[in-house]
Design a protein around this ligand. Structure first.
Ligand SMILES: CC(C)(COP(=O)(O)OP(=O)(O)OC[C@H]1O[C@@H](n2cnc3c(N)ncnc32)[C@H](O)[C@@H]1OP(=O)(O)O)[C@@H](O)C(=O)NCCC(=O)NCCS
Length: 150
Protein backbone atom coordinates (compact mmCIF):
# COMPACT_ATOMS: atom_id res chain seq x y z
CA UNK A 1 0.00 0.00 0.00
CA UNK A 2 1.18 3.53 -0.67
CA UNK A 3 2.30 5.91 2.06
CA UNK A 4 -0.17 8.60 3.14
CA UNK A 5 0.57 12.07 4.48
CA UNK A 6 -1.88 12.56 7.37
CA UNK A 7 -2.54 15.75 9.29
CA UNK A 8 -1.11 15.56 12.80
CA UNK A 9 -2.89 17.59 15.46
CA UNK A 10 -3.23 17.62 19.25
CA UNK A 11 -5.83 15.16 20.51
CA UNK A 12 -8.69 16.70 22.52
CA UNK A 13 -11.55 15.46 24.68
CA UNK A 14 -13.98 15.82 21.75
CA UNK A 15 -11.96 13.23 19.80
CA UNK A 16 -12.28 10.53 22.46
CA UNK A 17 -15.30 8.67 21.01
CA UNK A 18 -13.29 7.94 17.85
CA UNK A 19 -10.17 7.14 19.87
CA UNK A 20 -12.09 4.64 22.01
CA UNK A 21 -13.44 2.95 18.89
CA UNK A 22 -9.97 2.62 17.41
CA UNK A 23 -8.58 1.43 20.75
CA UNK A 24 -11.15 -1.36 20.92
CA UNK A 25 -9.24 -3.08 18.08
CA UNK A 26 -6.21 -3.58 20.36
CA UNK A 27 -5.34 -5.25 23.70
CA UNK A 28 -5.56 -3.22 26.94
CA UNK A 29 -7.81 -0.35 25.80
CA UNK A 30 -8.22 2.54 28.25
CA UNK A 31 -11.64 3.68 29.50
CA UNK A 32 -12.94 7.15 28.66
CA UNK A 33 -12.33 8.19 32.29
CA UNK A 34 -8.67 7.17 32.04
CA UNK A 35 -8.29 9.08 28.77
CA UNK A 36 -9.93 12.20 30.21
CA UNK A 37 -7.59 11.99 33.19
CA UNK A 38 -4.59 11.53 30.89
CA UNK A 39 -5.51 14.56 28.77
CA UNK A 40 -5.33 16.67 31.93
CA UNK A 41 -1.99 15.43 33.21
CA UNK A 42 0.82 17.98 33.51
CA UNK A 43 3.59 16.95 31.12
CA UNK A 44 1.15 14.83 29.09
CA UNK A 45 1.17 14.95 25.28
CA UNK A 46 -1.27 13.43 22.81
CA UNK A 47 -1.39 13.69 19.03
CA UNK A 48 -3.72 12.27 16.42
CA UNK A 49 -3.33 11.53 12.71
CA UNK A 50 -6.29 12.20 10.41
CA UNK A 51 -6.91 11.65 6.72
CA UNK A 52 -6.44 14.98 4.90
CA UNK A 53 -9.43 14.35 2.66
CA UNK A 54 -12.06 12.65 4.82
CA UNK A 55 -10.92 13.82 8.26
CA UNK A 56 -11.17 10.22 9.53
CA UNK A 57 -9.09 9.34 12.57
CA UNK A 58 -6.19 7.14 11.40
CA UNK A 59 -4.12 6.80 14.56
CA UNK A 60 -2.90 8.43 17.75
CA UNK A 61 -0.17 8.38 20.34
CA UNK A 62 0.22 9.67 23.87
CA UNK A 63 2.80 9.87 26.60
CA UNK A 64 4.22 12.06 29.32
CA UNK A 65 7.35 14.10 29.95
CA UNK A 66 9.07 14.42 33.31
CA UNK A 67 12.11 16.70 33.22
CA UNK A 68 14.33 15.74 30.29
CA UNK A 69 12.82 12.25 29.89
CA UNK A 70 9.58 11.20 28.22
CA UNK A 71 7.66 7.94 27.99
CA UNK A 72 5.37 6.82 25.20
CA UNK A 73 2.25 5.17 26.66
CA UNK A 74 0.21 4.38 23.58
CA UNK A 75 0.55 4.29 19.81
CA UNK A 76 -2.13 2.78 17.60
CA UNK A 77 -3.15 2.94 13.97
CA UNK A 78 -6.55 1.81 12.64
CA UNK A 79 -6.28 -1.77 11.35
CA UNK A 80 -7.54 -0.63 7.95
CA UNK A 81 -4.79 2.01 7.61
CA UNK A 82 -1.67 0.12 8.61
CA UNK A 83 1.60 -0.14 6.63
CA UNK A 84 1.07 3.29 5.10
CA UNK A 85 3.51 5.25 7.26
CA UNK A 86 0.98 6.65 9.76
CA UNK A 87 2.75 5.41 12.90
CA UNK A 88 6.04 6.61 11.41
CA UNK A 89 4.54 10.08 10.85
CA UNK A 90 3.12 10.22 14.38
CA UNK A 91 6.36 9.09 16.00
CA UNK A 92 8.50 11.43 13.91
CA UNK A 93 6.22 14.32 14.91
CA UNK A 94 6.37 13.39 18.60
CA UNK A 95 10.17 13.02 18.55
CA UNK A 96 10.56 16.41 16.85
CA UNK A 97 8.19 18.21 19.24
CA UNK A 98 9.74 16.59 22.32
CA UNK A 99 13.29 17.36 21.19
CA UNK A 100 12.29 20.98 20.52
CA UNK A 101 10.86 21.06 24.05
CA UNK A 102 14.17 19.97 25.56
CA UNK A 103 13.50 16.24 26.02
CA UNK A 104 16.68 14.16 25.69
CA UNK A 105 15.36 10.61 25.73
CA UNK A 106 12.12 8.81 24.91
CA UNK A 107 11.28 5.45 26.51
CA UNK A 108 8.52 2.95 25.73
CA UNK A 109 7.44 -0.58 26.60
CA UNK A 110 6.02 -3.18 24.25
CA UNK A 111 4.88 -6.77 24.44
CA UNK A 112 7.68 -9.20 23.57
CA UNK A 113 5.41 -10.77 20.95
CA UNK A 114 4.60 -7.47 19.18
CA UNK A 115 6.74 -7.93 16.09
CA UNK A 116 5.10 -5.09 14.15
CA UNK A 117 5.86 -2.56 16.89
CA UNK A 118 9.36 -3.96 17.38
CA UNK A 119 10.11 -3.54 13.66
CA UNK A 120 8.66 -0.02 13.65
CA UNK A 121 10.59 1.18 16.72
CA UNK A 122 13.87 -0.37 15.56
CA UNK A 123 13.47 1.36 12.21
CA UNK A 124 12.77 4.64 14.03
CA UNK A 125 16.07 4.39 15.94
CA UNK A 126 14.95 2.86 19.26
CA UNK A 127 17.09 0.21 20.95
CA UNK A 128 16.27 -2.32 23.68
CA UNK A 129 17.30 -1.12 27.14
CA UNK A 130 15.71 -3.79 29.35
CA UNK A 131 13.03 -6.40 30.01
CA UNK A 132 10.20 -6.14 32.57
CA UNK A 133 9.18 -9.63 33.62
CA UNK A 134 5.41 -10.23 33.75
CA UNK A 135 4.69 -6.55 33.06
CA UNK A 136 1.52 -7.17 31.04
CA UNK A 137 -1.66 -8.94 32.08
CA UNK A 138 -4.56 -10.21 29.98
CA UNK A 139 -2.70 -11.97 28.42
CA UNK A 140 0.32 -12.07 30.78
CA UNK A 141 3.59 -11.29 29.02
CA UNK A 142 7.01 -9.73 29.55
CA UNK A 143 7.66 -6.19 28.31
CA UNK A 144 10.66 -5.01 26.35
CA UNK A 145 11.81 -1.52 27.29
CA UNK A 146 13.14 0.50 24.38
CA UNK A 147 14.71 3.95 24.28
CA UNK A 148 15.79 6.57 21.79
CA UNK A 149 18.03 9.59 22.34
CA UNK A 150 16.29 12.53 20.69
C1 LIG B 1 2.51 -1.08 15.40
C2 LIG B 1 1.63 -0.11 14.59
C3 LIG B 1 1.39 1.15 15.44
C4 LIG B 1 2.33 0.25 13.28
O1 LIG B 1 1.55 1.22 12.61
P1 LIG B 1 1.70 1.47 11.01
O2 LIG B 1 1.08 2.80 10.70
O3 LIG B 1 1.19 0.30 10.29
O4 LIG B 1 3.29 1.56 10.84
P2 LIG B 1 4.08 2.16 9.58
O5 LIG B 1 3.27 2.02 8.33
O6 LIG B 1 4.56 3.53 9.93
O7 LIG B 1 5.31 1.13 9.51
C5 LIG B 1 6.65 1.55 9.46
C6 LIG B 1 7.55 0.33 9.42
O8 LIG B 1 7.39 -0.44 10.64
C7 LIG B 1 7.52 -1.83 10.32
N1 LIG B 1 6.23 -2.52 10.49
C8 LIG B 1 5.02 -1.96 10.74
N2 LIG B 1 4.07 -2.91 10.85
C9 LIG B 1 4.68 -4.09 10.63
C10 LIG B 1 4.23 -5.43 10.61
N3 LIG B 1 2.93 -5.76 10.79
N4 LIG B 1 5.14 -6.40 10.39
C11 LIG B 1 6.44 -6.12 10.19
N5 LIG B 1 6.94 -4.84 10.19
C12 LIG B 1 6.07 -3.85 10.42
C13 LIG B 1 7.93 -1.89 8.85
O9 LIG B 1 9.34 -1.76 8.81
C14 LIG B 1 7.24 -0.64 8.32
O10 LIG B 1 7.80 -0.19 7.10
P3 LIG B 1 7.29 -0.83 5.70
O11 LIG B 1 5.80 -0.84 5.74
O12 LIG B 1 7.86 0.11 4.68
O13 LIG B 1 7.87 -2.20 5.67
C15 LIG B 1 0.25 -0.78 14.23
O14 LIG B 1 0.51 -2.07 13.68
C16 LIG B 1 -0.71 -0.91 15.40
O15 LIG B 1 -1.50 0.01 15.67
N6 LIG B 1 -0.66 -2.05 16.09
C17 LIG B 1 -1.56 -2.28 17.23
C18 LIG B 1 -1.20 -1.39 18.41
C19 LIG B 1 0.24 -1.58 18.84
O16 LIG B 1 0.77 -2.68 18.85
N7 LIG B 1 0.88 -0.45 19.20
C20 LIG B 1 2.23 -0.45 19.69
C21 LIG B 1 2.21 -0.74 21.14
S1 LIG B 1 3.81 -0.59 21.85
Amino acid sequence: MSTVDPTIEPLREGDLSEVLQLEAENPSPWSRALWVDELRQPGGWQWQARDRGTGDLLGFLCGRTVGSEAELFKLAVAASGRRRGIATALLAHACRMLRNGGVAVLYLELRCSNEAAMALYTRMGFSISGVRKGYYTDPGEDALVMMKRL
